[in-house]
Design a protein around this ligand. Structure first.
Ligand code: SF4
Length: 461
């Protein structure tokens, strides 16, 4: 039996790559991102040095990860919070449902978090009759549309203003002509009461701060602050790799993440949550729980070379420069994390055999590695995954033998010339769409090769 995830990937990729309306929307939105980031990079006095430093700090944090996590647990507990450890997504879901049921919570407001997407929290809460509302505008839009985030930083990147106006018209009967500002006002109005009514707020964590037992959250809309200050309970779902050694490192990481994520000098709202409110404090949640999620991360941690991918700060820059991502879009990957970083980590976070094919959808151009703010050698990790797939025989018999034959023939031009141009054309017309897709015409080989023409010409002299 073939791999259905792999087959679907190629079907979806071919379809979306030829969807001109999708391409137009993505090019427009990416164009704005690139302009902002290029301007933003001019703010650095020394970008190279900052990347070196950020990479070094994250690597140090990774090397002592177990110690830092224990320190975080100790300090956060001392602050009055509760730390829970979840080995799998199911463990995390069970812990969240337990907390919500214990406190009789029937509605939850959520701020943007890819870790909560990873464990599919909304679907599970719905099954348990708990309303879960996304409060980040992009997430709210994709939730209304019944979709998943298209991009790890900009969830609704694939939608134009017109698409969103039509969606709001369908859901709220508003005018299809609303401006971007008017659409935002509609969302704000709808969400305001949800914050007031919610029994709990759920956030992710951009960074875990072991030295003060805190977590850091960065956002542009203030919705994470509202999700954590209105409800009585704050639940955080944090991947265990989010550690940086100290809150002092935020001076580097907050602007560095903002710069690479959106081109901003710094994101608008940056918060540190260390625990529930104290008796002397007027605001804040009465209870705070932090769930430290593994869900395959220790598997990545145990793989030499691949473990560096855990230093990712989820800025999305590698997706935005990837020629594959920008052509096939976020949904084709069928994963929580898309683009180069998703390609590297998903086979190790999930089932290797089912997702390793993503690594063949890479031109190894290296642009992802060039832009990564923490210097993850993404294209090399993709090659490493390919190597693991071949050595573990996870590529198809056809692919493996075809590549061996091609390597043998292409490494010597006289071998290539042993087959005539006509025969080569016949072979490729037989294999046809399988190699090139049915939207493109395979280029014809000339009857005589350049080498034979060259030799003939020189013999005459
Ligand atoms: S791998 Fe690097 S560029 Fe890609 S999302 Fe992570 S930090 Fe950003």
């Amino acid at each position: 039996m073939g791999n259905p995830t792999r087959s679907q990937f190629f079907i979806d990729a071919e379809k979306i790559a030829h969807d001109l309306s999708h391409r137009k929307t993505i090019q427009f939105n990416m164009g704005k991102y690139h302009a902002a980031v290029n301007f933003g990079k001019s703010r650095y006095l020394n970008l190279k040095k900052t990347r070196d430093r950020a990479a070094q700090i994250k690597k140090e944090a990774l090397q002592s990860l177990p110690d830092y996590l224990e320190l975080f647990e100790k300090n956060h507990t001392a602050n009055g919070g509760t730390v829970l450890w979840a080995r799998t997504a199911d463990d995390a879901i069970a812990q969240i449902i337990d907390i919500l049921q214990e406190h009789d919570v029937s509605s939850v407001v959520k701020s943007k978090s890819m870790t909560t997407e990873e464990i599919e929290i909304n679907e599970h809460l719905e099954k348990n009759n708990i309303e879960s509302i996304e409060t980040d505008l992009g997430e709210y839009i994709v939730q209304l549309a019944g979709e998943k985030p298209y991009h790890i930083v900009t969830p609704a990147m694939h939608k134009s203003k017109k698409d969103i106006a039509h969606l709001f018209h369908e859901k709220f009967n508003t005018s299809k002509q609303l401006t971007a500002e008017e659409l935002t006002s509609v969302a704000r109005e709808k969400l305001r009461q949800k914050f007031v009514d919610a029994g709990a707020g759920i956030t992710g964590a951009n960074f875990i701060l072991p030295d003060i037992g805190g977590i850091a959250v960065t956002e542009n809309e203030g919705n994470a602050i509202m999700s954590t200050s209105f409800p009585k309970i704050h639940i955080v779902i944090a991947g265990i790799e989010k550690v940086i050694p100290s809150y002092k490192d935020l001076a580097l990481f907050w602007p560095h993440l903002a710069q690479h994520g959106t081109g901003q000098a710094i994101t608008v709202y940056n918060s540190i949550f260390t625990g529930p409110k104290k008796e002397t404090e007027a605001h804040g949640p009465e209870k705070m729980y932090v769930i430290l999620l593994d869900n395959g991360r220790t598997n990545v941690y145990s793989q030499t070379d691949i473990d560096v991918s855990l230093t990712c700060i989820r800025c999305g820059a590698c997706l935005n420069v990837c020629p594959v991502y920008t052509n096939i879009g976020g949904y084709t990957y069928n994963t929580t994390y898309q683009g180069p970083i998703g390609t590297v980590i998903t086979p190790h976070l999930r089932d290797f055999d089912s997702y390793v094919h993503l690594n063949s959808a890479c031109s190894v151009c290296g642009r992802c590695t060039e832009v990564c703010p923490v210097k993850i050698p993404l294209h090399e990790l993709i090659l490493k995954n390919r190597q693991l797939a071949v050595s573990g025989k996870k590529v198809s018999f056809f692919e493996k033998n075809l590549m061996s034959l091609f390597t043998y023939a292409a490494s010597n031009s006289s071998r290539m010339d042993m087959v005539s141009g006509n025969l080569k054309n016949s072979f490729f017309s037989l294999s046809g769409n399988r190699v090139w897709g049915d939207k493109r015409t395979f280029p014809k080989f000339s009857k005589k090769s350049f080498r034979s023409l060259f030799l003939k010409k020189n013999r005459k002299k």
